[in-house]
Design a protein around this ligand. Structure first.
Ligand code: GUN
Ligand code: ZN
Length: 429
């Protein structure tokens, strides 16, 4: 594998946010040139790149090549309880999520699940992700091991929770600090891995623990901070009661130094203008989780207002609150959520939210998110004709954007012909 490789097919990638004038570059008969060590060398029309080129040529005729998808918020332990019936957030946590997460006390079980999760990400075309583990430090450990083996760009952390959940899932402020610190020292910056300080949400951390999380955030400014924010009405009411001194939900995290660059807040459905302003000025970002927000009946994300306020948004599955690891399907769900909110998500912007926009939200856009030369060559080969129905529908499309839109509405892992991690193709069976 010493040669450069030219992947030929239709190519689409974002050079900026199409909703604010950024360009979606499209090449009907395009090509992506990847260096022997897995970086993008060039992208453009095949006829401009191919002649006289010294490279191995791989043809993906009829397929669409897009950047690897980036899932900004997902829980790997919740593969056990994905698709659980009948509850909204607070009851769903008690009835399904917490009991499921207890099983990961067994490290061998956690390892099996981590392997399943990493393989599933690849099968769905996801090459980067920000991931919740469980409270058990070894759950982060086995996830990092699995991701390192496949060279995924993965950011994760052990969950901090010292109250408001079953005893078996609780840590302490001191163990949360010490265990997170040890994991940061061992994993952050290794290969393409990064660490995220991960307080579950305000209701499951004491103020003493939030203080320890803030201490870590100050000691390790280039480590991520990852939590939930303003998802559900009952949750928000409980936060107001638990932190009577706070002026808002975001203010709880802010008090402890957790609202900063590299902070990712999942959901952000019920925010005030002041909270949006604070997120923007602090450089923190939001994960838009449409499937989860529909499934748990949490609410509708306001993409337009977040954009106007200057808050970066990345798209996320939030499995197991979300019901599918597919970022294609999540783009389709985002379209539907925004329809309910009187907003229209163009296919170009959906692709942006799942690739470059997500990379920008996570602060990893120097490495991934599009095909700018020098970036890591993570990409997905999409097959619009993977099913009989989608093949039929694809015949009636008249543009690449329409083909992409159909894929986000009808597509899933069957439409991922292969996923490339730094130029190495992992084909689906
Ligand atoms: N808030 C606190 N924990 C969770 C979780 O596991 N899933 C979701 N969707 N929201 C949460
Ligand atoms: Zn979540």
């Amino acid at each position: 594998m010493n040669a450069r490789t030219l992947h030929c097919g239709s190519v689409m990638h974002c050079l900026g946010n199409p909703a604010s004038g950024g360009r979606l570059e499209r090449f009907e008969k395009g090509a992506l040139l990847v260096s022997a060590d897995g970086y993008v060398e060039a992208v453009g029309p095949e006829e401009a790149l191919l002649p006289g080129l010294d490279a191995e040529v791989v043809r993906h005729d009829g397929h669409v090549i897009v950047p690897g998808f980036i899932d900004c918020h997902v829980h790997f332990p919740q593969l056990d309880i994905i698709a659980s019936f009948g509850e909204q957030l607070m009851d769903w946590l008690d009835r399904y999520a917490y009991p499921g997460e207890m099983r990961l006390a067994d490290i061998e079980y956690a390892r099996e699940l981590a392997d399943l999760f990493v393989d599933a990400l690849l099968a769905y075309g996801t090459t980067s992700a920000l991931v919740f583990a469980t409270v058990h430090p070894h759950s982060a450990e086995v996830l990092f091991e699995a991701a390192l083996e496949k060279d995924l760009r993965l950011i994760a952390g052990k969950v901090l929770m010292d109250r408001g959940a079953p005893e078996a899932l609780l840590d302490t402020p001191e163990s949360a600090y010490a265990d997170s610190r040890a994991l940061i020292e061992r994993w952050h910056g290794r290969g393409r891995l990064g660490y995220a300080i991960t307080p579950r949400f305000a209701l499951t951390s004491s103020e003493a623990q939030l203080e320890q999380a803030g201490r870590l955030a100050a000691e390790y400014p280039d480590v991520w901070m990852h939590t939930h924010l303003a998802e559900n009405d009952r949750e928000i009411e409980a936060v107001t009661k638990a932190f009577p001194w706070s002026s808002s939900y975001l203010d709880v995290y802010d008090r402890y130094g957790l609202v900063r660059e590299r902070s990712m807040f999942a959901h952000c459905l019920h925010l005030s203008d002041a909270e949006r302003r604070r997120m923007a000025e602090s450089g923190s970002a939001a994960a838009f989780c449409p499937s989860s927000n529909l499934f748990l009946g949490s609410g509708l994300y306001d993409l337009e207002r977040m954009r106007e306020a200057g808050v970066r948004t990345g798209l996320a599955t939030d499995v197991g609150g979300g019901t599918c690891l597919s970022m294609l399907r999540t783009m389709g769900d985002a379209y539907k959520v925004l329809q309910l909110n009187g907003q229209v998500l163009a296919p170009a912007e959906a692709l942006y939210l799942a690739t470059l926009g997500a990379a920008e939200a996570l602060g990893v856009d120097a490495h991934v998110g599009n095909f700018v030369p020098g970036k890591e060559a993570d990409f997905v080969i999409l097959d619009p004709a993977a099913t009989r129905l989608s093949a039929h529908r694809d015949m009636h499309t008249t543009s690449l954007d329409e083909r992409l839109f159909v894929l986000t509405t009808l597509g899933d892992d069957r439409h991922v012909a292969a996923t490339a991690i730094k130029g190495t193709l992992h084909s689906q069976a």
